[in-house]
Design a protein around this ligand. Structure first.
Ligand code: SF4
Ligand code: SF4
Length: 569
């Protein structure tokens, strides 16, 4: 029901059940908040969004208070501004004075708010005891000294990822974000997805960087540095590095990386093509025997970790095929390096991923990884700045890397539903010898956290589902547990909408930005000549000269994983 309230003496429409903050945002009035997250349970913990409501003595947190018909609200009175300033002054009292050295400087919400509220000196002295930085996780670093207890990370971990790895521990001024067992993140069910980093307003959570190792490898003459990119990387950084629309960003990126010192530049979509060949063959075999169905995709390491940690009884349903980055690393060292006269052990393979869990995957023993360092899209942006590449003047050049043929099916891995679409295209060919009449599977496009459908392959109706946002997997798992048996394959991506929204991506996660990244991947698929993995000539070369056929003994040895009983940390 619609009704009218007053905000700053103006009449504004509101709906029953809305919070005051929702009405303010819709009316173009911004009030600051450090704890609010759209779509998540409001906590009102930071109290920065307080407003004055006529007739109520105390200030009201607008993020959690429902709007009422009688309300006359004022959003920026001297009393409100003073309260907000005091909150920021108290937060800063417990915050390290190291903005100059902090990775988030310039992008820190607390720093921006202090400036906005004109807080430019330390008013209260630090009362917190020194706390230890948690560095034992290979993907994520946690610095409680920078935490402002906004609880955003807790809500995302709980409501979007569904693992509840972190919580508030201690009481009063001893409160801090920690793990229930009060040990490092590595000892919890954390799946290393990095979604908590994406919402942290300060630098209390960040990726564990391997950036110095990369710079060292680039300057080590004994090594042959090679870099691979996830297809999500070029579509996520164009704005950030000032590339004008219409420029061929992948060629520019390749040119830039060779200028920095990488000998070859690879698109991990090639590894995704091989992944498709292997997973489709695995699925064809399981359909034949009726065993271990539905097959769960394994390209998202956060999901694989979740199954191993939390639902080990389903481990047998996971595809054993390695992820695209691992496959690209393996095939480069095993095949392309010797072709170029380089011993595999001299190659230093760097992987640029939108994902923090890929860092964990690359050091995790069971992966038998040939990737030597993983950097996130954010770290790549830093590297570009530090190593002096200016994209506004750089001209794209044909580079020495010829090993870059990939299909657009491999590119689709960047968006939720895309890996499954690529696998179904090739599964159709492997089972019938014919191409799918229409490569595009509309049911797998779009922004829903759960997409489902059926596709006829020969006389069999193949049931499929794609889930993104790990918490969304729970209801489907429960249905399967309760006897649902019409699904043959399920793609699961821990991050909402898939890798385009991964925990290593630029901090702009607005709907507009995610839509444009997804569109860029889908547009590539619409315009590319090679749209299925099995028609990629480089994939055919690898099978005819190295692997034999999908799921051959050698491909099982090189490209598949035996899942450990307990996932190694
Ligand atoms: S990385 Fe993901 S699973 Fe781990 S604490 Fe952060 S949100 Fe939770
Ligand atoms: S770690 Fe970051 S997101 Fe989590 S409570 Fe602290 S400041 Fe908020």
């Amino acid at each position: 029901m619609l009704f009218t309230i007053e905000i700053n003496d103006q009449k504004v429409s509101a709906r029953r059940g809305e919070t005051i903050l929702t009405v303010l945002n819709r009316s173009g009035i911004r009030v600051p908040t450090l704890c609010h997250l759209n779509g998540y349970t409001p906590t009102g913990s930071c109290r920065l969004c307080v407003v004055e409501v006529e007739g109520i003595r105390s200030l009201i947190p607008s993020c959690s208070a429902p709007v009422e018909e009688w309300m006359k609200i004022r959003t920026h009175t001297p009393r409100v501004l003073k309260a907000r300033r005091t909150i920021v002054e108290l937060l800063l009292a417990n915050h390290p004075d190291d903005c100059f050295y902090c990775d988030r400087s310039g992008g820190c919400e607390l720093q921006a708010l202090a400036d906005e509220l004109n807080v430019h000196e330390r008013k209260y002295m630090n009362r917190r005891k020194p706390v230890q930085v948690d560095r034992n996780c290979p993907a994520i670093e946690r610095n409680p000294a920078k935490c402002i207890l906004c609880e955003r990370c807790i809500r995302v971990c709980d409501e979007m990822i569904g693992v509840s790895a972190i919580e508030i521990i201690g009481r009063g001024n001893k409160s801090q974000i920690g793990t229930g067992i009060n040990k490092g993140l590595n000892y919890t069910a954390c799946v290393k997805c990095g979604q908590c980093i994406m919402v942290c307003p300060t630098n209390a959570l960040k990726e564990k960087t391997t950036f110095p190792n990369v710079v060292e490898a680039l300057n080590n003459r004994e090594l042959y540095p090679v870099i691979q990119f996830s297809p999500t990387v070029p579509v996520s950084i164009a704005d950030e590095i000032g590339i004008k629309p219409g420029k061929d960003i992948m060629t520019l990126l390749r040119t830039a990386m060779q200028r920095i010192g990488f000998k070859q530049v690879f698109d991990s979509s090639f590894g995704a093509d091989i992944n498709i060949m292997e997973v489709a063959a695995e699925l064809a075999q399981r359909i034949k025997t009726g065993e271990n169905l539905p097959l769960f995709t394994s390209c998202c390491p956060a999901w694989v970790k979740y199954i191993q940690d939390t639902k080990p009884e389903y481990k047998g349903w996971l595809s054993t095929t390695k992820s695209p980055q691992l496959i690209t690393g393996e095939i480069f060292k095993r095949y392309f390096a010797p072709l170029a006269g380089i011993p595999g052990e001299k190659v230093f393979m760097v992987s640029v991923m939108p994902c923090t869990a890929k860092k964990y995957e690359s050091v995790n023993e069971q992966s038998k990884s040939e990737v030597d360092a993983v950097i996130t899209t954010r770290e790549l942006l830093k590297m570009i700045r530090m190593l002096g590449i200016d994209f506004t003047t750089l001209e794209p050049e044909q580079t020495a890397s010829s090993n870059n043929i990939r299909s657009s099916a491999g590119v689709l891995f960047g968006a939720a539903g895309g890996a499954l679409e690529g696998i179904l295209r090739t599964l159709h060919f492997q089972l019938t010898g014919e191409e799918l009449a229409n490569y595009k599977i509309p049911e797998l496009r779009g922004f829903k956290g759960r997409k489902e459908g059926k596709i006829m392959i020969g006389k069999t109706a193949i049931g499929y589902a794609a889930i993104s946002g790990l918490a969304n997997a729970k209801s489907l798992m429960n249905e399967i547990k309760a006897g649902r048996n019409d699904l043959h394959i399920i793609e699961i991506m821990a991050c909402p909408n898939g890798c385009i929204n991964g925990g290593g991506q630029p901090f702009d996660t607005s709907e507009k930005s995610i839509r444009s990244r997804m569109k860029a991947l889908h547009d590539t698929d619409d315009t590319e000549l090679i749209r299925v993995a099995h028609k990629n000539p480089l994939v055919s070369e690898i099978y005819s000269r190295l692997l034999g056929q999908p799921n051959s003994e050698l491909s099982k040895e090189l490209l598949h994983i035996t899942y450990a009983d307990q996932p190694p940390v």
